[in-house]
Write a protein that binds this ligand. Structure first.
Ligand code: SAH
Length: 229
């Protein structure tokens, strides 16, 4: 009787919930406290963050940290950005349904998945061969057929699919690569952390208007370095 009661209490308090349900609850909490409460109101961004199973983009040993308020290692010395930074960078790009995006630094594939929930197609380039293979595989398994990945140095962009409505760089560059500016569509937006590696960098937003670029400094961030082949 006693054991039965204890089990009953555990079920009622949610202690026997399957792992996936627990992550679902953590994810909804993350969106509320780390993203909505910090001022992001774009419903497309919030819904994408509510939907993408972030824990499935993270190595098993760090999975319990998936919905916490900090970046998490993804192997090969790289990290998946803190949830708020992913939401913030997505938001400033003002993504729309019919748009085409280019991402430099696929990493785990999480940012690509968030964008893929909102816009039409995401092209993503990753310089670490193992990560390029793993993330492409993961995105495919999760059904993100509108993300096209390739291995390579993103410095040159992806000319065959240009121009892009939005471009997101998720590694810190010393300067904005000119090919990326060239591949930005009219009225397109590019977001990139700029600054020395191993220091605090500045997140820069570039908008293209009548062929000219307008640059806005957004905030300070810390990203892994932009590498060259
Ligand atoms: N957007 C990723 C974040 C990954 S961290 C995510 O959601 O998980 C940044 C990634 O950029 C790393 O995987 C790193 O290997 C990659 N990177 C660094 N320089 C690059 C370059 N020149 N071209 C493509 N990828 C690059």
């Amino acid at each position: 009787m006693k054991t039965f009661l204890i089990i009953q209490i555990l079920i009622m308090t949610g202690c026997f919930k399957p792992q996936s349900d627990r992550y679902e609850i953590l994810r909804q909490k993350m969106v509320k406290s780390q993203i909505e409460d910090r001022g992001i109101t774009n419903s497309a961004v919030l819904n994408a963050m509510r939907k993408v199973p972030r824990h499935l983009f993270i190595p098993k040993e760090y999975q319990s940290d998936a919905y916490n308020d900090y970046p998490v290692p993804i192997g090969y010395g790289q990290t998946i950005s803190q949830p708020f930074i992913v939401a913030y960078m997505t938001d400033v790009l003002r993504p729309g349904k019919k748009m085409k995006a280019l991402e430099i630094g696929t990493g785990s594939g999480y940012q690509a998945a968030v964008l893929a929930e909102i816009l039409d197609t995401v092209y993503s380039i990753e310089i670490v061969p193992e990560l390029a293979v793993e993330s492409a595989d993961r995105l495919k398994k999760l059904g993100y057929n509108n993300v096209i990945c390739r291995y390579g140095d993103g410095y040159q962009g992806w000319k065959e699919h240009a121009p892009f409505d939005v471009i997101i760089v998720t590694a810190a560059a010393e300067a904005i690569p000119q090919p990326l500016i060239d591949q930005l569509a009219e009225n397109g937006k590019l977001v990139i952390p700029v600054g020395a590696p191993s220091a605090v960098q500045e997140l820069i937003l570039v908008t293209k208007r009548s062929g000219k670029t307008i640059t806005k400094r957004l905030t300070f961030v810390r990203f892994v370095p932009f590498k060259r082949l």
